[in-house]
Design a protein. Structure first.
Length: 80
């Protein structure tokens, strides 16, 4: 019988190649969209705004589909 177990992190994303340097564009203040945006940029325990990273890692989004790590979920699910 098989005795070894392996952890496969198929959902790992290098945040330094995507989201570490900024938040999405701020919606108009005093709207529901702004409230959702504000909550998403804060630590749920402390309420502090997450710090931004000043690394120099190139950022890739959906406009660079081959390099982007954020657009591969459906492909990964199919593979698994």
């Amino acid at each position: 019988a098989l005795q070894k177990r392996y952890w496969i992190c198929a959902f790992c994303v290098n945040q330094h190649a995507s989201i570490c340097g900024s938040f999405p564009q701020e919606p108009q203040r005093y709207t529901e969209e702004h409230a959702v945006w504000d909550v998403a940029r804060r630590d749920t325990v402390t309420g502090d705004i997450f710090p931004l990273c000043d690394c120099r890692e190139p950022k890739y989004f959906n406009d660079s589909p081959d390099e982007c790590e954020l657009n591969k979920f459906d492909q990964m699910m199919f593979l698994l």
